[in-house]
Design a protein around this ligand. Structure first.
Ligand SMILES: Nc1ncnc2c1ncn2[C@@H]1O[C@H](COP(=O)(O)OP(=O)(O)OP(=O)(O)O)[C@@H](O)[C@H]1O
Ligand SMILES: [Mg+2]
Length: 206
């Protein structure tokens, strides 16, 4: 059976494949550790999860707690909180409806904002996640199915990553660069895009 374990495994695999790319992006506007942080975090997550973890809420909470405790820097607590908040609202579920998925997006965004106090347009992971959530919700509310809505979320996240190249960072280490941060894509927005693309591919059975 495919479930949350297989989905998180695919996210971990894609993050690990992109470790050097994410670190290279962070070298340009940060401290060269985003790929290292994320790969370390997801390798710890995969040590904690097993195929028996079929309760989506419990698995996401476990993943979030592991990211929180194993990953330093900004991204560990931010992604950790996002996964934990998503876990809280999916407790006991082994399948997700489109409205569960809408709620996951909202909970993840709220968690990241509660911890990091960033809004859209500050060159962070939220510049991929917020447009993805808005696109997903608009598609579902307009009658689309999960697959079409996930595709729209990925397109919006990719546009969000492109948008981060055009703006000044005002949160995190990249903000020290001021205008010199323009022209570089945000590492955290990129890892969010990679995560969403993994979820899309998982859903389609790739
Ligand atoms: N307050 C925030 N809210 C949302 N995302 C943030 C915030 N601060 C940083 N980020 C995201 O974290 C990414 C950097 O993560 P990384 O793993 O490199 O941790 P870090 O080096 O401690 O971060 P930073 O240098 O940004 O403080 C950024 O690219 C950005 O997307
Ligand atoms: Mg960094």
């Amino acid at each position: 059976m495919r479930g949350v374990y297989e989905c998180v495994s695919l996210i971990a695999e894609r993050i690990t494949e992109n470790k050097d790319f994410l670190t290279e992006l962070d070298r340009e506007i940060g401290d060269s550790d985003h790929g290292i942080n994320m790969a370390r975090g997801f390798s710890a997550v995969m040590e904690k999860l097993s195929p028996e973890d079929t309760d989506i809420g419990a698995a996401l909470k476990k993943a979030g707690m592991t990211l929180l405790s194993k990953v330093g820097g900004a991204s560990g607590p931010l992604y950790g909180t996002a996964y934990m908040e998503a876990g809280k609202i999916t407790a006991g579920k082994t399948e997700l409806t489109p409205s569960d998925m809408k709620a996951i997006f909202s909970a993840a965004i709220a968690g990241i904002q509660k911890r990091g106090h960033a809004v859209k347009g500050e060159k962070t992971m939220l510049d991929a996640l917020i447009p993805a959530s808005e696109a997903f919700t608009a598609e579902i509310d307009g009658g689309a199915d999960m697959s079409k809505a996930l595709d729209a979320a990925c397109v919006a996240a990719r546009e969000g990553v492109e948008y981060t190249k055009t703006i000044i960072a005002t949160k995190g280490r990249a903000s020290y660069l001021g205008e010199r941060s323009i022209g570089h894509q945000d590492p955290g927005a990129t890892s969010t895009l990679i995560t969403l693309e993994a979820i899309c591919d998982y859903y389609k059975g790739a």
